[in-house]
Design a protein around this ligand. Structure first.
Ligand code: ADP
Length: 407
């Protein structure tokens, strides 16, 4: 090889090596760059996943119902805020469901779903003083709906079950009150109906129509009981209207309260006179104006004053009707110095059909047992409150507080 060729060959090798070195260097840069890119993607993906997870948790936390995710081994994997507060401050995640829902009636529905894979919806009513955690808790009757269903049916057998626990205690109580109302109303209506039927049978089967005096006597009794039935039905309708919460139930207008008192005294005048009762009106401002539905306020006062008269047919009865305003409310009261209400009965006095039986010296029940329920509902429909205190034989006082601007 000639020296020239040798030099050229050396240069060619150097050039090739340099090109290789440059290529290798470049590739190393590219590899580094793609590694950095992959890492950046990874990070972004993780961040996105974390964000999505947080958003999902926030959404589930916003649910009013308790929500749990439970794995196939019956361990809790997720609990939303409602669930956490339902079970107290205890840690729920990674804990077995059997340990968390101590009451077997609650756990049973959920475990059935885990075992069978079938969706389960079950309503659980627990007796007083039992909470979800099985602790002693004074919450009255508690009712829950447990709704459990598997989210998917994966081949690896590691299924997730979602559980919704809805507290339906309030609905349950309303339902119970309705049931009681229907039962009580039927009971109250059955008695006068049975009496009317009895007299009708006598009149027809025993052919009493031929004896006008007896027939008249029977018919008079029947009319009294028919009146009672229509009284009960009317009272029930008033309660139902007040409870419906419909905006047009009340016609709110300003009226002079004194005129309302006057109407009530006039309507009860013959009873007041017969019983020789002393009815006193206390109003510092006789022109005092109340904003409300005059019809219902007359009924409220009528029921309270009529009760005071009805429960105390003895002489020396003094009834006081009062009304005055302070800065933010109107205070209305009715007091009497009659037999009063035993303290044990005071908390039940506004319940529908409640009566203090002991005081029924009369042979037959005169009222419907709905009078005070109407009073309470009418007062509350105006945004007011009513309280009762009683020292039997001394003073029984019904006090109403009504905001100056009603709802
Ligand atoms: P009723 O139609 O029987 O009067 P209410 O709801 O008006 O029904 O009253 C319920 C019960 O409360 C009455 O049966 C009575 O036992 C008691 N009560 C109400 N007001 C008085 C009062 N002023 N004095 C004594 N007992 C009262």
């Amino acid at each position: 090889m000639t020296p020239v060729i040798e030099i050229i060959a050396t240069f060619a090798v150097i050039a090739a090596l340099t090109a290789l070195a440059i290529t290798l260097y470049r590739n190393r840069g590219t590899r580094k760059q793609s590694e950095a890119e992959v890492n950046a993607w990874k990070l972004r993906l993780e961040q996105d996943l974390q964000k999505a997870k947080e958003e999902r948790h926030n959404l589930l936390d916003a649910l009013g119902d308790a929500f749990l995710l439970v794995d196939s081994a019956a361990n809790i994997q997720f609990a939303n805020e409602a669930a956490r507060s339902l079970f107290g401050a205890r840690e729920l995640v990674n804990r077995p469901i059997r340990e968390t829902l101590l009451d077997p009636r609650l756990a049973e529905a959920l475990l059935r779903c885990l075992e069978t894979g079938e969706p389960v919806q079950s309503r659980v009513v627990l007796p007083q003083q039992t909470s979800l955690r099985g602790d002693q808790e004074n919450r009255g009757v508690n009712a829950w709906i447990i709704d459990a269903a598997q989210l998917a049916n994966p081949s690896d057998g590691n299924s997730i079950t979602r559980v919704i626990i809805r507290d339906v205690t309030a609905e349950h109580q309303i339902e119970q009150v309705r049931k009681d109302f229907v039962a009580n109303a039927s009971h109250e209506l059955r008695t006068p109906l049975a009496i009317i039927n009895g007299y009708l049978e006598n009149l027809l089967d025993d052919d009493m129509l031929t004896e006008p005096n007896v027939a008249r006597h029977f018919l008079t009794i029947m009319r009294k009981h028919a009146d009672r039935i229509s009284h009960i039905v009317e009272d029930m309708l008033v309660i139902s209207r007040l409870e419906s919460g419909e905006a047009n139930t009340l016609k709110i207008e300003p009226f002079r309260f004194r005129s309302c008192i006057k109407d009530v005294i006039e309507r009860l005048e013959s009873v007041i006179r017969t019983q020789n009762a002393d009815v006193v009106v206390i109003m510092k401002n006789p022109e005092l104006i109340v904003k409300g539905d005059r019809f219902y306020w007359t009924q409220v006062l009528f029921n309270l004053v009529e009760n005071a008269l009805k429960q105390n047919p003895h002489p020396d009865l003094r009834i006081e009707i009062g009304c005055e305003n302070d800065d933010d409310s109107t205070h209305i009261w009715v007091t009497d110095n009659g037999v009063g209400i035993p303290s044990a009965d005071l908390t039940h006095i506004f319940r529908r059909f409640f009566r203090v039986e002991k005081h029924h010296s009369q042979q037959e029940i005169k009222g419907t047992g709905l009078g005070l329920s109407i009073v309470k509902r009418a007062v509350e429909a105006h945004g007011g409150t009513i309280q009762v205190s009683s020292t039997p034989g001394s003073e029984t006082k019904f006090s109403i507080k009504l905001p100056l601007t009603p709802n």
